[in-house]
Design a protein around this ligand. Structure first.
Ligand SMILES: [Zn+2]
Length: 121
Protein backbone atom coordinates (compact mmCIF):
# COMPACT_ATOMS: atom_id res chain seq x y z
CA UNK A 1 0.00 0.00 0.00
CA UNK A 2 2.49 2.60 -1.09
CA UNK A 3 -0.44 4.96 -1.62
CA UNK A 4 -0.65 5.35 2.14
CA UNK A 5 2.96 6.38 2.50
CA UNK A 6 2.89 9.86 4.13
CA UNK A 7 5.91 10.85 2.05
CA UNK A 8 3.89 10.57 -1.15
CA UNK A 9 0.60 11.92 0.21
CA UNK A 10 0.09 15.67 0.10
CA UNK A 11 -1.47 17.51 2.96
CA UNK A 12 -1.95 20.57 0.82
CA UNK A 13 -1.27 21.59 -2.77
CA UNK A 14 -0.97 25.25 -3.68
CA UNK A 15 -0.35 26.90 -7.02
CA UNK A 16 1.49 30.08 -6.11
CA UNK A 17 1.16 32.27 -9.16
CA UNK A 18 3.33 35.21 -7.98
CA UNK A 19 6.35 32.93 -7.56
CA UNK A 20 5.31 30.61 -10.41
CA UNK A 21 5.64 27.57 -8.20
CA UNK A 22 3.62 24.60 -7.16
CA UNK A 23 3.93 24.05 -3.43
CA UNK A 24 3.18 20.73 -1.83
CA UNK A 25 3.16 20.10 1.90
CA UNK A 26 3.53 16.38 2.41
CA UNK A 27 1.96 14.47 5.26
CA UNK A 28 5.37 13.76 6.74
CA UNK A 29 5.88 17.50 7.15
CA UNK A 30 8.24 18.18 4.26
CA UNK A 31 7.44 21.06 1.91
CA UNK A 32 8.39 20.92 -1.76
CA UNK A 33 8.22 23.76 -4.26
CA UNK A 34 8.23 23.02 -7.96
CA UNK A 35 8.83 25.73 -10.54
CA UNK A 36 5.93 25.69 -12.99
CA UNK A 37 8.39 25.92 -15.88
CA UNK A 38 9.99 22.69 -14.70
CA UNK A 39 6.63 21.00 -14.38
CA UNK A 40 5.68 22.00 -17.89
CA UNK A 41 9.04 21.04 -19.34
CA UNK A 42 8.76 17.57 -17.86
CA UNK A 43 5.08 17.11 -18.59
CA UNK A 44 4.64 13.35 -18.31
CA UNK A 45 2.08 12.96 -21.08
CA UNK A 46 2.97 10.85 -24.13
CA UNK A 47 3.00 13.76 -26.57
CA UNK A 48 5.44 15.85 -24.58
CA UNK A 49 7.58 12.79 -23.91
CA UNK A 50 7.92 12.17 -27.63
CA UNK A 51 8.84 15.77 -28.27
CA UNK A 52 11.53 15.65 -25.62
CA UNK A 53 12.89 12.35 -26.87
CA UNK A 54 13.07 13.19 -30.55
CA UNK A 55 13.01 16.94 -31.06
CA UNK A 56 14.42 16.82 -34.58
CA UNK A 57 13.12 13.50 -35.82
CA UNK A 58 10.74 15.12 -38.29
CA UNK A 59 12.42 17.82 -40.38
CA UNK A 60 9.06 18.96 -41.67
CA UNK A 61 7.77 19.78 -38.25
CA UNK A 62 8.42 23.38 -37.39
CA UNK A 63 8.33 24.86 -33.95
CA UNK A 64 6.72 28.03 -35.14
CA UNK A 65 4.03 28.28 -32.51
CA UNK A 66 4.25 30.13 -29.27
CA UNK A 67 6.22 28.41 -26.51
CA UNK A 68 4.24 26.16 -24.19
CA UNK A 69 2.41 27.96 -21.46
CA UNK A 70 3.93 27.79 -18.02
CA UNK A 71 0.86 29.14 -16.32
CA UNK A 72 -1.67 26.87 -14.69
CA UNK A 73 -5.32 27.58 -15.29
CA UNK A 74 -6.62 24.75 -13.16
CA UNK A 75 -5.41 21.80 -11.12
CA UNK A 76 -7.32 18.72 -10.11
CA UNK A 77 -6.60 15.59 -8.16
CA UNK A 78 -6.46 12.27 -9.98
CA UNK A 79 -7.65 9.69 -7.50
CA UNK A 80 -5.43 9.94 -4.44
CA UNK A 81 -2.16 9.37 -6.23
CA UNK A 82 -1.65 12.19 -8.71
CA UNK A 83 -2.49 15.71 -9.80
CA UNK A 84 -3.29 17.00 -13.26
CA UNK A 85 -2.88 20.54 -14.52
CA UNK A 86 -4.66 22.51 -17.19
CA UNK A 87 -2.14 24.92 -18.63
CA UNK A 88 -3.42 28.21 -19.97
CA UNK A 89 -2.59 27.19 -23.55
CA UNK A 90 -5.10 24.36 -23.29
CA UNK A 91 -2.68 21.48 -22.71
CA UNK A 92 -3.81 19.20 -19.94
CA UNK A 93 -2.80 15.62 -20.64
CA UNK A 94 0.01 15.27 -18.14
CA UNK A 95 -0.68 13.40 -14.91
CA UNK A 96 1.94 13.99 -12.25
CA UNK A 97 2.01 11.22 -9.69
CA UNK A 98 2.83 12.21 -6.14
CA UNK A 99 5.43 9.47 -5.98
CA UNK A 100 7.26 10.99 -8.96
CA UNK A 101 6.94 14.52 -7.60
CA UNK A 102 8.27 13.46 -4.24
CA UNK A 103 11.23 11.61 -5.68
CA UNK A 104 12.05 14.55 -7.96
CA UNK A 105 12.01 16.74 -4.89
CA UNK A 106 14.31 14.38 -3.00
CA UNK A 107 16.70 14.37 -5.96
CA UNK A 108 16.54 18.15 -6.42
CA UNK A 109 15.91 17.56 -10.12
CA UNK A 110 14.42 20.98 -10.68
CA UNK A 111 17.12 23.03 -8.99
CA UNK A 112 19.26 24.44 -11.79
CA UNK A 113 22.13 25.15 -9.47
CA UNK A 114 22.38 21.54 -8.41
CA UNK A 115 25.36 19.82 -9.92
CA UNK A 116 24.77 16.57 -11.75
CA UNK A 117 25.94 13.51 -9.81
CA UNK A 118 29.65 13.04 -10.10
CA UNK A 119 30.53 16.69 -10.57
CA UNK A 120 30.71 17.46 -6.89
CA UNK A 121 34.01 17.68 -5.06
ZN1 LIG B 1 2.19 17.13 -22.13
Amino acid sequence: MTGLDPRTRPQSITVDRPSAQLQIVWQDGKTSAYPLRWLRKYCPCATCGEERGAPNSDPLRLNAGPPPSTEIANAELVGNYAVRFDWTDGHGAGIYTFAALRSASEAGDFEPEKLPPGLGI
